[in-house]
Design a protein around this ligand. Sequence first.
Ligand code: COA
Length: 178
Amino acid sequence: MIKVLYSDDGVVMLRPLTMADADAHLAGQDVEYVTWLDGADGTEATEKRRLADAEKAWEAGGPTFAFAIMSEGKLAGTITAEVGREDLHDNQADIVYGLYPDTRGRGIATRAVMLMVSFLDQVPGISEAVIRVSPANPRSRSVAERAGFEPLETEQTAGSEYEWLSSRVSLVPAEARG
Ligand SMILES: CC(C)(COP(=O)(O)OP(=O)(O)OC[C@H]1O[C@@H](n2cnc3c(N)ncnc32)[C@H](O)[C@@H]1OP(=O)(O)O)[C@@H](O)C(=O)NCCC(=O)NCCS
């Protein structure tokens, strides 16, 4: 059961992404965000649908957990974790993130990933966070590395078009804790 929806490290706060973020999100996104963020195409209709889906998933308790990345009281970007994907093991959550251009270059994405990992610690059955980056997007790989993720080279990742990095979410599964 998800108990804590908000996380904050004093500089960056994550809170659930909702339809109320539509205007700021549409104004903030740029070509880079749209190019690299899975499922984004930059059109108002698609982006509003993504936000509506995000809101519904919060009500349903998954399988996606989409957060607004807040910095200095403003929407700086988005970060989403997805569990139960067919291309991942049951204990793995996939993380994708994007910042708007004026919030890049300040360590905000790295902080957001670290906050996401601590959020995932309370999701039952999830013990590993995975970030898959395109070899053509080294800035994204750097975020994962700064957040402490390490290359994942297993049977699962062999032959993938992406570079996989992973981080342990917790040593003790959520359901085994008191
Ligand atoms: C990928 C993306 C999120 C990276 O953003 P970013 O701002 O470079 O990442 P961070 O927030 O971790 O910031 C790191 C940068 O801030 C700098 N920085 C400044 N202060 C910092 C601090 N206190 N802590 C860490 N880094 C800091 C770092 O030196 C680094 O800059 P550099 O790359 O010029 O060396 C961004 O390029 C983006 O939104 N791209 C489009 C979407 C995308 O590619 N998503 C990935 C799909 S999974």
